[in-house]
Design a protein around this ligand. Structure first.
Ligand code: AMP
Ligand code: GLY
Length: 426
């Protein structure tokens, strides 16, 4: 199959790697891709957020499936433009992508569908924010309504800091003040074809910069899958994923279908396992990063068949995807200064040695080839993935890979999946 993958991060690198691992002879093109992806498949310079250009390229080049990686092109309507040309596309149209593009829209859909989530108040002025903070109490959660590249959410005990965060985002539109939800977080992905929904295997993301969940929020500093402690609590992983399917994913997809905004693509459910049940903290409308780097290596079913079935309304005819019992851990290597101001342009060495370690694969996030070597071009630079018989073995592999790589000033967490390897929730 000729497949066009849109995007340029480690998530897209993991998608390309999984498609190649099928060994099905796919012709894969990535736009724009990155230096790591370019070592594996053809890349084309194409503005992935321009629907007219993407649809034109796909039509002119006989592309049979377009896979949209990031949220920005989806919110911009790129999937609609491709679908209008009759080409299967994995990714929701603009209307359904509002589930990630507008937190207020997501809350309305959840209300309509009876999906459990924290109470939220939409506020358009400072006075409304202040009243909402007082009504919901501390800790305070303030969220920008629109896309904010991972920076829109502040969780704080400090009322003044909550107000200042709201002030900043009120210049761009309304903000949400949300009830604080406490409990371990789980990222669970569902494939959806507009009507039917199937679960993938859960993962857990580490959003804070430093060990022990200290420091600022980031795009994600590491992840692991599966979650042995979830399987223990629910009796099996399937009872957990079925519960979330029944109470969250399916009602959401059906509510969007009824609203005339069918959800075709990946529904990312960011969940908190609170003492009063599983609740939604956020929806995303695409694969998570870095969770994808640990979910896809465990997938046994051919990814292309799942994505194509979702894109063409055929998920109901496929058996549920299956996963290997092996564990996977990804540790993100980030540049000095990330997330505030990442140092870029520094050389990266040791990648070949890292990749030669058994069980290690590397997903590039922000790298470029320069003068025959590799340099870092952004905050999250590489995702070093380790797989193994269990989380301990997978961690050992990932951290052996990390230690083999040199990047001046690089930061990484040393505690990714440590608690889970010992049977705890985090
Ligand atoms: P988001 O950008 O929506 O993924 O949120 C970033 C992080 O903020 C989440 O992963 C949570 O750790 C935290 N967060 C968001 N909303 C809440 C909430 N209602 N209660 C507690 N923590 C939250
Ligand atoms: N790992 C969080 C995200 O993909 O949004």
């Amino acid at each position: 199959m000729k497949i066009l993958v849109l995007g340029s991060g480690a998530r897209e690198h993991a998608i390309v790697t999984a498609l190649q691992a099928e060994d099905a002879g796919h012709e894969i093109v990535a736009a724009p891709g990155n230096a790591g992806i370019a070592r594996q498949v053809e890349t084309v310079r194409l503005d992935a957020s321009n629907g007219r250009l993407v649809a034109g390229y796909a039509a002119d080049n006989g592309v049979e499936l377009v896979v949209v990686g990031p949220e920005a092109p989806l919110v911009a309507g790129v999937a609609d433009a491709v679908r209008a040309r009759g080409i299967p596309v994995f990714g929701p149209g603009k209307a359904a992508a509002a589930l990630e593009g507008s937190k207020a829209f997501a809350k309305r859909i959840m209300d309509d569908a009876g999906v459990p989530t924290g109470r939220a108040i939409t506020a358009s002025t400072r006075d409304e924010v202040a009243a909402a903070l007082d009504e919901l109490g501390a800790p305070h959660v303030v969220k920008a309504d629109g896309l904010a590249a991972g920076k829109g959410v502040l969780v704080t005990g400090d009322r003044e800091a909550a107000l200042a965060h709201a002030d900043h985002y009120l210049q761009q539109g309304p903000v949400l003040v949300e009830e604080y939800l406490s409990g371990p977080e789980v990222s669970l992905f569902f494939l959806a074809d507009g009507h039917d929904v199937v679960p993938l295997s859960p993962a857990q993301d580490f959003k804070r910069l430093r060990d022990g969940d200290e420091g600022p929020n980031t795009g994600g500093m590491g992840a692991y899958s599966p979650l042995p402690w979830v399987a223990d609590r629910w009796g099996s992983e399937a009872s957990f994923t079925d519960e979330v399917l029944d109470t969250i994913a399916l009602p959401t997809v059906r509510a969007l279908e009824a609203a005339g905004a069918p959800f075709i693509g990946l529904l990312y459910c960011g969940l908190v396992l609170t003492p009063s049940g599983v609740k939604v903290i956020e929806f995303n409308v695409r694969f998570g990063d870095p969770e994808t780097q640990v979910v896809l290596p465990r997938l046994r079913t051919a990814l292309s068949q799942l994505l194509l079935a979702a894109a063409t309304g055929g998920l109901g005819r496929l058996p549920y995807p299956t996963f290997s019992d092996e564990a996977a851990v990804v540790v993100v290597l980030a540049s000095e200064g990330y997330p505030e101001a990442a140092e870029t342009g520094r050389p990266i060495t040791g990648l070949d040695a890292a990749a030669a370690i058994p069980g290690v694969t590397i997903a590039h996030a922000a790298t470029a080839e320069l003068d025959g070597g590799l340099v870092a071009t952004g905050g999250r630079v590489l995702g070093v993935v380790g797989t193994g018989a269990d989380l301990t073995a997978a961690r050992d592999a990932a951290y052996a890979g990390i230690r083999a790589i040199r990047l001046e000033g690089a930061q990484y967490r040393t505690d990714i999946a440590r608690a889970a390897a010992e049977g705890a929730a985090r």
